[in-house]
Write a protein that binds this ligand. Structure first.
Ligand code: TTP
Ligand code: MG
Length: 350
């Protein structure tokens, strides 16, 4: 790739974001294992600080399990408004360096700083320093020629560190990387690849792209490109959300379909309200129901339909519940998936 087309992408990810904010605001928590999560033992942790991670506490872990691993764990309730405020402060810092900021969540974003003549490494450390000074929080960063590598690299020196991969080192950087570290390669896919003897990017790219396309279709050839560290996706300043959903973990497991239906009614009211107040411009593609059973198995049922229709949600709930194997449900989710917003550049290609 000619030098003038080489991009400088930075991925920033805050360190144990919610927990770090709680420690900042309550100094008595510092140095102790802290989890942020549901107030009852049945809730789950949203995150845990690094002291708690030493005991094995993790995001999405049920509170009772985290307490088994670390009996001294201090559980603090979630204060979403505060996290949001800090997130906006961090985004404002990003905006001083570039308009091309693509937030992925409250604590994570891609920045395209290609136009800035300074080295990406220097820009990233300035951003991290400003975040520290202005919010009292630590961030980690990855600096690379594309989103894929920047995201992987921001995890490399966590917490409170950064890692740069130059364009010349991209392929080498990827070689030893386990395939499951590539965003978009989930547990199931990783298992399937492992069954084919593929554990790392280096192994995957020994077989040619056309063979992968034959075996796995478009996904297979795209993964081949990723394994070489190639990724041309632009940093998209307002990447639209793909779905909207509401989830509820019950304080008591629900044993019957009737109870789930009653619960779902209220959740659909909320979903409808959110959809019409904040996303009325989006076109709904499908409706989704998700259940998690007491043995932690999860299942989803989905049907293409352009609007919220309660009869369909009831059918989807029945379908999901039919897979319960007699187990009660601990979590119910209802949601919609959106149609993609057509991208002008994409349409011009054809
Ligand atoms: P992450 O960046 O995944 O985690 P983190 O910032 O807590 O820790 P790390 O240092 O490894 O980056 O998520 C950011 C925040 O999002 C996290 O602080 C809490 C919230 N969160 C949830 O609410 N549920 C989840 O399952 C995860 C993974 C995160
Ligand atoms: Mg984070």
């Amino acid at each position: 790739m000619p030098a003038e087309l080489q991009r400088k992408i930075i991925h920033i990810d805050m360190d144990c974001f919610y927990a770090a904010i709680e420690e900042r605001d309550d100094p008595t928590l510092r140095g102790k294992p802290v989890g942020v999560g549901g107030s009852s033992r049945r809730g789950v942790l949203t995150t845990a600080n690094y002291e708690a991670r030493k005991f094995g506490c993790r995001s999405a872990m049920p509170v009772f399990m985290a307490l088994e691993k670390c009996p001294e764990l201090i559980i603090v309730p979630i204060r979403f408004d505060v996290y949001k405020r800090d997130s906006l402060r961090i985004r404002e810092i990003f905006s001083r360096f570039t308009a091309l900021v693509e937030p992925l969540s409250l604590d994570e974003a891609f920045l395209d700083v290609s136009h800035n003549p300074e080295p990406g490494t220097i820009i990233a450390s300035r951003i991290r320093q400003l975040i520290r000074e202005e919010t009292g929080l630590n961030a980690s960063a990855g600096i690379a020629p594309n989103k894929l590598i920047a995201k992987i690299a921001s995890d490399w020196k966590k917490p409170d560190g950064q890692f740069t991969v130059s364009p010349a080192d991209a392929a080498k950087f990827m070689r030893e990387l386990p395939l499951r570290k590539i965003p978009g390669v989930g547990g199931k896919t990783a298992e399937r690849l492992s069954a084919m003897g593929m554990e790392t990017c280096g192994e995957y790219r020994k077989i040619d792209k056309f063979e992968w396309a034959r075996r796995l279709g478009g996904y297979g050839s795209e993964l081949y490109e990723r394994c070489w560290g190639r990724d041309e996706r632009p940093v998209n300043p307002d990447s639209p959300r793909k779905s909207l959903s509401i989830e509820n973990t019950f304080s008591e497991n629900l044993h019957s379909l009737g109870m789930l239906e009653r619960e779902m009614g209220a959740m659909l009211d909320e979903l409808e309200e959110k959809l019409s107040s904040r996303h009325s411009e989006r076109k709904v593609r499908s409706l989704v129901v998700k259940l998690k059973f007491s043995d932690f198995r999860r299942t989803t049922a989905e049907r293409a339909h352009p609007e919220i229709e309660r009869g369909i949600f009831r059918e989807l709930l029945e379908e999901a519940d039919s897979r319960s194997e007699g187990k009660p449900s601990r979590l119910l989710g209802v949601g919609v998936r959106f149609h993609d917003i057509p991208e002008v550049e994409q349409m011009e290609l054809f």
